[in-house]
Design a protein around this ligand. Structure first.
Ligand SMILES: *[C@@H]1O[C@H](CO)[C@@H](O)[C@H](O)[C@H]1NC(C)=O
Ligand SMILES: *[C@@H]1O[C@H](CO)[C@@H](O)[C@H](O)[C@H]1NC(C)=O
Ligand SMILES: *[C@@H]1O[C@H](CO)[C@@H](O)[C@H](O)[C@H]1NC(C)=O
Ligand SMILES: *[C@@H]1O[C@H](CO)[C@@H](O)[C@H](O)[C@H]1NC(C)=O
Length: 282
């Protein structure tokens, strides 16, 4: 090897191996400041070819995901799918006309479902839904936190709570249109309507959190709240502040959280799982 090519080799090593190493080591000292830009997403498709999967709910007791989707035949109607996210085994829930909404009471192992004719309970053995005969209303969304909260479809958009065997309107929201509802560990009630996202606290004070175009609320196993907009996922950090978790650059229809804290979200025709992993910070 002559002197010139030796020099070239050294330059090559410097640029291709040593400099990246140095910047990686420097980069690692920035890990305290890890932000979304420093995280990367690992996205796995769980289900495909379902039109507009919506109202996702995850049962951590059985690792089962529930979502509804739209069937466009002579008439448009809705169906609910159950899916074991470990085995990927899935199927349609029977016994519920226009099945649309679902939520899980994790402590008591009850999966609630809502459809055109009221509220049902899912039976894992038969994969069917049995009416609870507590309402005949058409259900839009449901959320379980100590009690079963639910909303009815447009144009009514009324918030109800099913508590100790009795259904009643959520009194504080009696004259307010409510599309989606959720409750946090401090019993603050979050709701969204065409005017935005609001929180109603225990002193009955309402605050506007922002004009988010929300399509789903969910909670993790600890009861922390999250919501999705048409392309992003947020967490609710304190009573009235939110933090963006992920900008998916995709057409998001809803979100749920699996037992390991990963985000499961739907797009126009699929359901995906998002793992957020820190880069250079291991
Ligand atoms: C972390 O961010 C803060 C505030 O932006 C900045 O002052 C600090 O220098 C950053 N630390 C590192 C290691 O980059
Ligand atoms: C609801 O009513 C149906 C029809 O009368 C009945 O078969 C079913 O057992 C009832 N469900 C409950 C939970 O009571
Ligand atoms: C939505 O909720 C806010 C806050 O409670 C309320 O001021 C507004 O009137 C509601 N919008 C509708 C259409 O009811
Ligand atoms: C909040 O409103 C509800 C229903 O209107 C009422 O029952 C409750 O006492 C109120 N709470 C406070 C702290 O004023």
């Amino acid at each position: 090897m002559n002197g010139e090519s030796k020099q070239q080799l050294i330059m090559y090593l410097l640029f291709c191996i040593i400099l990246p190493l140095i910047s990686q080591v420097l980069g690692n000292s920035n890990c305290d400041n890890a932000s979304n830009e420093r995280n990367h997403y690992v996205i796995e498709t769980l289900a495909d070819n379902f039109v507009a999967p919506y109202q996702l709910a995850f049962d951590a007791n059985t690792n089962t995901l529930f979502f509804s989707y739209t069937v466009e035949k002579a008439k448009r109607y809705f169906k609910i799918v159950y899916m074991d996210v470990n085995t990927k085994e899935k199927g349609e829930v029977t016994g519920i006309p226009d099945g649309f909404a679902q939520t899980v009471d994790t402590r008591n192992h009850i999966v609630y479902m809502g459809g055109r004719n009221g509220i049902y309970q899912f039976d894992y053995k038969t994969k069917s839904a049995n009416s609870l005969n507590i309402t005949k209303e058409s259900i839009w969304q449901m959320f379980f936190k100590d009690y079963l909260y639910y909303t009815t479809i447009y144009p009514d958009e009324v918030a109800y709570v099913y508590k100790n065997g009795v259904v009643s309107k959520v009194q504080q929201l009696e004259n307010i249109k409510t599309l989606l509802i959720a409750v946090d560990n401090n019993n603050n009630i979050y709701y969204s309507n065409s005017s935005g996202l609001f929180v109603l606290d225990n002193a009955n004070v309402t605050e506007n959190i922002g004009e988010y175009n929300i399509n789903g609320f969910t909670s993790d196993v600890k009861g922390n709240l999250y919501f999705s907009t048409t392309s992003e996922i947020y967490s609710i950090v304190t009573k009235n502040t939110v933090k963006k978790i992920a900008d998916l650059n995709d057409d998001v229809h809803g979100v749920a959280i699996d037992a390991d804290g990963n985000y499961i979200y739907s797009t126009y025709e699929s359901v995906k799982r998002l793992k957020v992993e820190a880069t250079n910070c291991s």
